[in-house]
Design a protein. Structure first.
Lengths: 426, 347
């Protein structure tokens, strides 16, 4: 399957009376976007704001981050089974607005959303401080249950991202890149001497607002299966998560999955990138056993030499990570895993909730319990009401002077387990 | 004014002699001797070795108590800003002496210490107690070891925060520290996998600990006479979370009385847990802490009784060490209250 990605660099976002992309500037018609969001009767109101890199701005509580894209050629559309029809995506041509994102915010569960600081020490830990962000703070109608609120905000974000992506349809990309993987036999013939490598992508599916969707299907109701790596670039996987902000994979992460991109960098040179294997992180033991059995089974069936396993979340999913690793190594396929750590504020605790000697090649995104101090920002987009109870915060996290003392957990994307960042620990 | 350092070395590095002179008792000399000169050079005047203490390796091993006593007395009197020992490379008894004299100075005099040796030196067993720079296995590595030790020593004397072990060159000491790598995690993972596939050496960023698995106790013989307690990491607390248990990375647990409580209702109880959609738990907290069902079993005589206290915390992102500490404490309370069994619920 072959996909051509066209990148359109955005270096500014401005409100305007017409939505368009011109000379690298995204102009946004606020009324048109609001109208789109308010189509959903569960959303009472939406406030739009723009945050630029380097500004003294704090965005919180952040739910999701989404990169606008548009399918220009080939079957299907962006976010298949969610916004577009369910056709298989990942081939043809897709354009992406680079350097910007749509950020959805709102106090959905209060403690399961995160913070993005656009400057200061907090900005070093989140990749989203480097983007021009169109922030949508969505307020629910009265009495709306949290899971309905979550769904409403999730869809609002995707709709707006698709609306903005559509503005790029007739533009000429600043940069173009082609990604292609092959059928099993074709790949072996093409690269007879290269190790066969796949990406075992674990999807958060603990339920109760810890959910991921694949072509619109709730991942906790899926069996371990195979994707072409390019499918994720068209939004085959989206986030429906409200979990600790530091290691949840936002939709932006899924679209720009760094493991996929780095495996493509080596594809045909040092390795043969076969496919992605997606597997869930359900809470029931039977599900864990079945899903990890199937990961190992598919690795063996595909005659792989090695895999990279990435995790999402922590604690309970640590068991899925270790089960996958153990079983995949046991069928003779070598693993490298990406995780993060909860080693306590003093760094002295055991970092994962499970362990096994088979997991001998680990990449870490850092200790999420590390305490950070965030200065006051001139402007807050969203609300600070939840800083004390946010996962990683504590009673008194938000000081009277507007500064915040909390664990790194509170920062969106800080210890990402797809290996999106440079942060690590020893 | 520069920082004052006392340096500990063995008879070999003091050029007294090799194995045949390993019996020499401790002596002290003013200024640097042997490798101390390399440290002084690296410090460029910011710190200097004021005194060197020399002790034969066999003497230290065979008269450890006397050697320590003498050396501690000297160091106490000199009261330096730092006590540095070695580096010992792969010399076993020298490494043992460096590690142990450092530990004594640190523990008994409260003076900052640093040593260096090869990671497989027996002295490195103390790497979680004493800060140690990892060196090569032979003295040929002095050229590299001295500047690393000097830089780390200066950091300690200035009271600066340590970097991660791989940045500052010390052996992993059980304290995980964050730092920024040069490449993103996914790139590091691909490289690590390629090395692993090619049979080349690679270094894991997180060595797996030996995992603490607890075998379950034998089953309770007669439930109808047993006192059963409910405990949870699902965060059920009295409404308003009176003890402010954190929604994640909990620093403490709560103990609450349910004498006479037949059912946990949403007007009196809720969850403090930040790791899941709380709607269903808040609607009916029995879903996480099943007091209602336990009361039924109590009435039916299937269990002796439900213990009048329950213990609760939030499991979300809470360090294993914290969880272990909480449980060790309330397990004692349960034991002394005569509780026979516990039902532990998660979320």
């Amino acid at each position: 399957m072959k996909l051509e990605m066209g990148y359109i660099n955005i270096h500014d976002i401005q409100f305007s009376n017409e939505s368009k992309v011109e000379n690298g500037v995204l102009y946004v018609d606020q009324d048109a976007v609001k109208k789109l969001v308010l189509e959903d009767e569960n959303i009472k109101s939406v406030t739009l704001d723009i945050a630029h890199p380097g500004e003294s701005v704090r965005i919180t509580p952040v739910k999701d981050v989404i990169e606008p894209r548009v399918k220009v050629e080939g079957p299907g559309g962006i976010f298949p089974g969610v916004i577009a029809k369910v056709d298989t995506v990942g081939s043809g041509k897709t354009y992406a607005l680079k350097g910007m994102a749509v950020v959805t915010a709102g106090k959905i569960v209060g403690f399961q959303e995160g913070i993005i600081d656009m400057s200061g020490p907090g900005a070093d830990y989140t990749p989203f401080s480097k983007l021009h962000n169109l922030v949508m703070v969505c307020e629910p109608v009265e009495g709306l249950a949290q899971h309905d609120y979550e769904r409403a905000v999730r869809f609002a974000g995707f709709k707006v991202a698709v609306y903005l992506g559509e503005l790029a349809r007739n533009l000429t990309p600043d940069e173009t890149k082609v990604f292609e993987t092959y059928g099993v036999k074709e790949g072996i013939e093409k690269f007879p001497n290269l190790p066969r490598v796949a990406y075992v992508h674990m999807l958060q599916s603990q339920g109760l607002l810890h959910d991921t969707y694949v072509y619109g299907v709730d991942a906790k109701r899926t069996l371990t299966t195979i994707l072409n790596p390019t499918e994720v670039m068209d939004g085959a996987i989206v986030s429906g998560n409200c979990v600790s902000a530091c290691d949840k994979n936002t939709t932006y992460h899924h679209l720009n999955n760094p493991v996929v991109h780095d495996l493509f960098e080596q594809h045909g040179k040092t390795l043969n990138y076969v496919c992605n294997i997606i597997t869930n992180e359900n809470v029931y033991l039977a599900d864990k056993q079945r899903s990890s059995d199937w990961s190992a089974k598919l690795c063996r069936l595909l005659d792989l030499d090695g895999v990279i396993v990435s995790q999402e979340g922590f604690g309970n999913p640590d068991t899925d990570l270790i089960m996958n690793t153990k079983k995949i190594e046991a069928v003779g396929v070598k693993t490298t895993i990406i995780t993060d750590e909860y080693a306590g504020q003093d760094g002295k605790s055991q970092s994962l909730a499970d362990a096994d000697p088979a997991a001998d090649a680990v990449v870490t995104g850092g200790n999420a319990n590390m305490v950070i101090h965030l200065p006051k920002m001139d402007k807050v987009i969203g609300m600070l009401d939840y800083v004390d109870v946010i996962a990683g915060g504590h009673e008194g996290s938000l000081k009277e002077d507007g500064t915040i003392e909390a664990e790194l957990q509170v920062i969106t994307g800080a210890t990402n387990e797809m290996g999106f960042n440079k942060l690590s620990a020893r | 004014m520069s920082f004052r350092v006392v340096h500990y070395i063995n008879q070999f590095f003091a050029q007294i002699g090799g194995e045949e002179m390993a019996h020499v008792a401790p002596e002290k000399r003013e200024g640097p001797v042997g490798p101390g000169a390399a440290l002084n050079t690296a410090w460029k005047g910011e710190a200097e070795v004021v005194t060197t203490i020399i002790c034969g390796d066999s003497y230290f091993a065979e008269h450890e108590k006397d050697a320590k006593e003498q050396i501690l007395a000297w160091v106490k009197e000199l009261n330096p800003d730092l006590f540095i020992a070695g580096p010992a490379f792969n010399a076993g008894r020298y490494g043992y002496a460096c590690a142990n004299i450092c530990k004594a100075v640190q523990d008994e005099l409260g003076i900052k210490v640093l040593t260096g040796m090869y990671e497989e030196n027996p002295g490195a067993d103390l790497k979680e107690k004493v800060l140690m720079v990892a060196t090569t296995n032979s003295a040929a590595g002095m050229r590299k070891a001295a500047p690393t030790m000097a830089a780390l020593a200066l950091k300690l004397m200035k009271g600066e925060e340590l970097g991660a072990s791989c940045e500052d060159g010390y052996m992993p000491n059980g304290v995980r520290r964050n730092f920024f790598e040069k490449e993103r995690g996914s790139t590091r993972a691909v490289k690590m996998l390629l090395n692993k596939l090619a049979g080349k050496p690679f270094t894991t960023e997180y060595p797996m600990p030996s995992f603490d698995r607890v075998p379950p106790n034998p089953a309770v013989k007669d439930l109808s006479k047993a006192t059963i307690a409910l405990c949870t990491s699902g965060g059920i607390v009295p409404k308003g979370n009176p003890d402010h248990i954190e929604s994640s990375s909990a620093s403490h647990y709560g103990e609450y009385d349910i004498t006479g409580v037949m059912d946990l209702t949403s007007d009196k109880y809720e969850t403090a847990h930040g790791g899941y959609d709380p709607v269903y738990a808040n609607e009916d907290p029995d879903r996480v802490l099943p007091v209602d069902v336990m009361r039924d079993l109590e009435k039916e005589g299937k269990i002796g009784k439900l213990h009048n206290l329950f213990y609760t915390t939030v499991g979300n992102g809470t360090a294993v060490a914290s969880a272990k500490k909480f449980a060790a404490e309330y397990a004692q309370k349960l034991l002394s209250a005569g509780v026979d069994a516990v039902i532990m619920t998660s979320t």
